[in-house]
Ligand binder design. Structure first.
Ligand SMILES: *[C@@H]1O[C@H](CO)[C@@H](O)[C@H](O)[C@H]1NC(C)=O
Ligand SMILES: *[C@@H]1O[C@H](CO)[C@@H](O)[C@H](O)[C@H]1NC(C)=O
Ligand SMILES: *[C@@H]1O[C@H](CO)[C@@H](O)[C@H](O)[C@H]1NC(C)=O
Ligand SMILES: *[C@@H]1O[C@H](CO)[C@@H](O)[C@H](O)[C@H]1NC(C)=O
Ligand SMILES: *[C@@H]1O[C@H](CO)[C@@H](O)[C@H](O)[C@H]1NC(C)=O
Length: 238
């Protein structure tokens, strides 16, 4: 197993050894050191970087307990019917329709140590940076969804909001938005949403596709909504 050690940590190991080797030039065994209350010697290659190896800034900045805990995915958002057949890809244009333009490119940064809702960053240039794929009550509907309610919110480009934030008024004041609502299944790459209502409640959240508008929405009840809508699934693909 390979443990990346910072230079600082390495020095903590090496300094006592250096001092000790000056004082006692004879062979210094771990048993002898332990008997004197000293820490064991580091293994010969412990913490020695492979040539050219440089930890990435992401790992250093996050001070993760393990490098494998941070993963960054990039690709497109594929929309499928529940039977598995593909409808299309979220498009790089206003309202994020599922057909009629070029595919939106996105990235997601996830971590096995942080189980919270994630942001989907829109990385293509039709939108001002930074832009996020989130939920918006833009233009219609009501920001509260739930069982027995036909209310819905629009999946669209939004500003960044905190994890588990209630909907907040966006820049022009006419929409309420949330961005950090997504969870990704690391084996299937399916993305699911958890909407937060204005009262802070967490409704069961369904992703639906409206065949008439080719837009995606979130609702709390798929049977109370319009007949032209179909429950769908969202996947991160290359
Ligand atoms: C999957 O479901 C959709 C919507 O109900 C339907 O249009 C499509 O034909 C189905 N595809 C298959 C392969 O069954
Ligand atoms: C949505 O509906 C709920 C319940 O009727 C209401 O309390 C809330 O103020 C409404 N929100 C908006 C943005 O209209
Ligand atoms: C917000 O909505 C009001 C009422 O519909 C409208 O008059 C106003 O122009 C809108 N503002 C923006 C920035 O869209
Ligand atoms: C979607 O709409 C088209 C025409 O608007 C129709 O032919 C098709 O059957 C609809 N598909 C579904 C799954 O409702
Ligand atoms: C449902 O139908 C109403 C009235 O026709 C329409 O205004 C609304 O946009 C529809 N909702 C969806 C999600 O398509």
């Amino acid at each position: 197993m390979f443990f990346p050690l910072s230079l600082h940590t390495l020095c903590l190991f090496l300094v006592p050894f250096t001092v000790l080797s000056n004082a006692s030039p004879t062979k210094d065994t771990n048993g002898y050191r332990l008997a004197r209350g000293l820490p064991p010697l580091p293994p010969r290659d412990f913490g020695r970087n492979k040539p050219g190896y440089e930890p990435t800034p992401v790992l250093r900045a996050r001070a993760s307990p393990s490098p494998s805990s941070v993963a960054r995915f990039s690709g497109r958002l594929q929309v499928r019917f529940n039977n598995g057949s593909t409808i299309g890809y979220v498009q790089d244009q206003s309202g994020l329709p599922v057909s009629g333009g070029s595919d939106l490119q996105i990235s997601i940064t996830t971590s096995s140590t942080r189980k919270e809702q994630l942001n989907i960053v829109a990385t293509t240039t039709n939108f001002p940076s930074p832009s996020f794929v989130g939920a918006s009550s833009q233009g219609f509907g009501n920001a509260t969804i739930g069982t027995g309610s036909s209310n819905f919110v629009h999946v669209s480009i939004v500003q960044k909001t905190d994890v588990l934030s209630k909907p907040i008024k966006s820049g022009n004041g006419n929409t309420s938005v949330e961005s950090a609502i997504w969870t990704v299944d690391l084996s299937t790459k399916e993305l699911t949403a958890q909407y937060v209502n204005q009262d802070g409640s967490l409704p069961t959240t369904f992703l639906i596709y409206d065949n008439a508008t080719t837009n995606l929405y979130l609702t709390g009840d798929t049977t109370a909504s319009n007949t032209s809508i179909t429950p769908v699934k969202l996947f991160l693909v290359n």
